[in-house]
Design a protein around this ligand. Structure first.
Ligand SMILES: Cc1cc2nc3c(=O)[nH]c(=O)nc-3n(C[C@H](O)[C@H](O)[C@H](O)COP(=O)(O)OP(=O)(O)OC[C@H]3O[C@@H](n4cnc5c(N)ncnc54)[C@H](O)[C@@H]3O)c2cc1C
Length: 441
């Protein structure tokens, strides 16, 4: 039996009270049994955990919000270094920044920032962790105006493979800051705090439009020529459920008045003749709550992704529709998130997040209730992804998929070589490794 001496923080050993809860991640498809989970309460707990795994040579993972699609933050028989209790928050109004502990989930973070009428662009799910989100990019409802979450990252504090604390910013360890801006999830060290640029925010306008499945071709044809090129204050999403699984819908947020938003939406409405159209003008925080929906603890799912750098051709649309007509379950969708705006204005090599010039990212999604339904759903996602390969490029690291064979180039493209160099400097022993960690060579 291994000794847990040396581990500090809240230590939850296999078989002890609280273990069942502690070993759960968001994706209920996985059922993993770590040997021990450590909830770190201060940076020293992280250091002690790293020194402990070095001593006992036990495999480990780092976890914040636990939303990794492939449960890369869990491990059978090893240690989980959980940072979700690192919750310090310090806003500096003078220079417009916030320093936060690496443990925040999105909703509490947005709420704390909203109290000061500022925000950062982040994802829509309330329980996603700021760590995983930022370190692999981070897309949300303000991204076309304010960038990916990682575009607002100014500094990280990291515990290294040797148990040392370093700070990476634009003046020191700038290569590490670069890597942590899109390629830093789990590969270089344990991030314990982030410093972001914050943005003032008050009221926004939002919209929701629906169509019948029969209008799919027309809607996609129009949306893809419009949403990535719209005014950058407008971020638009498109959701396409499989046939007989509900209406097609687009929703989005505009940083400005409802009147202006109605004007910007005019072409989309005229071009596609929607079934329903609704506009609302509200506070930013109300919109965050609305998009967050009801809290969900866990669901079983398999998702994958691909980028459209060109509008989908008629042939590509035919393939997409065929997939949506042959879905296996009752919760099968593909979503489109519009890029362009600020995202596309950043050079592809300026951060590790490479997919700057894409028009939008597509996410193939499948959810199910019973474990026995897993195989057909996973098969459908894999078939969907493969069938769209001729029309797409790459994949989004935050929508990680362990079935993508060439995942390094799919996620990181031309930035892969530099990521490997950063890995050689900061983790030459490859202590931080898992199925899709940045390889050393
Ligand atoms: C329901 C849902 C909604 C989502 N919505 C969005 C969205 O709107 N926009 C978007 O961009 N993405 C979205 N995502 C994807 C999400 O960004 C990724 O799943 C992300 O990795 C989750 O981060 P986490 O901290 O919750 O997950 P975890 O599973 O805790 O971590 C994810 C990865 O990051 C590593 N990691 C975690 N913390 C640290 C740390 N402190 N230091 C170093 N490595 C660390 C882990 O080891 C793991 O490899 C969504 C995911 C889900 C499940």
């Amino acid at each position: 039996m291994l000794s847990i001496e040396g581990l500090t923080g809240i230590v939850v050993l296999q078989g002890s009270p609280g273990y069942e809860e502690a070993r759960q991640n968001y994706n209920g498809r996985f059922n993993k049994f770590p040997f021990v989970i450590v909830y770190c309460e201060v940076t020293q707990d992280v250091i002690n955990a790293i020194l402990w795994v070095r001593k006992y040579r036990l495999p480990f993972r780092i976890r914040d919000g636990g939303h990794s699609y492939e449960a890369f933050s869990l491990i059978d028989g090893g240690l989980v270094i959980d940072v979700s209790r690192l919750l310090m928050l310090q806003i500096n109004h003078e220079n417009g920044t916030v320093q936060i502990g690496a443990g925040f989930r999105l909703l509490p973070l947005y709420e704390a920032l909203w109290n000061q009428r500022v925000t950062i662009p982040g994802g829509t799910c309330p329980t996603v962790g700021i760590s995983g989100l930022t370190l692999a990019g981070g897309y949300g409802l303000l991204s076309r105006r304010l960038g990916m979450t990682c575009d607002n990252l100014l500094e990280v504090e990291m515990v290294t493979a040797r148990g040392k604390i370093i700070r990476a910013n634009h003046s020191q360890h700038s290569d590490l800051l670069w890597a942590c801006s899109g390629g830093g999830d789990g590969s270089f060290g344990v991030i314990t705090s982030f410093t972001f640029r914050v943005h003032p925010i008050e009221n926004v306008a939002r919209y929701r439009i629906t169509w019948d499945f029969a209008d799919l071709e027309k809607v996609v044809r129009f949306w893809q020529m419009w949403a990535p090129h719209a005014d950058d204050r407008l971020t638009s999403l498109l959701l396409l459920p499989a046939q007989n699984q509900g209406d097609l819908r687009s929703s989005g947020v505009y940083i400005g008045s409802e009147e202006e938003l109605r004007w910007f939406l005019g072409p989309l409405q005229e071009g596609t003749r929607p079934k329903t159209v609704a506009f609302h003008s509200t506070t930013w925080m109300e919109t965050v709550h609305l998009f967050a929906g009801q809290p969900v603890k866990q669901e079983r799912f398999k998702n994958s992704s691909a980028y459209a750098y060109e509008p989908l051709s008629d042939e590509a649309l035919g393939v997409l529709i065929h997939n949506l007509k042959t879905a296996p379950g009752s919760a099968n969708v593909v979503s489109f998130d519009a890029y362009g705006g600020f995202i596309g204005s950043v050079p592809t090599t300026a951060t590790a997040f490479v997919h700057r010039k894409a028009l939008f990212v597509m996410q193939y999604q499948s959810y199910w209730e019973q474990a026995a339904e897993a195989d057909e759903n996973i098969r459908w996602i894999e078939q969907f992804r493969k069938s769209m390969l001729p029309y797409t490029r790459g994949a989004y690291r935050n929508y990680c998929d362990s079935m993508i064979p060439d995942w390094t180039s799919a996620y990181f493209g031309e930035n892969l070589a530099r990521l490997k160099k950063v890995k050689q400097v900061y983790d030459p022993e490859n202590l931080f490794h898992f199925q899709q960690s940045i390889p050393i060579y």
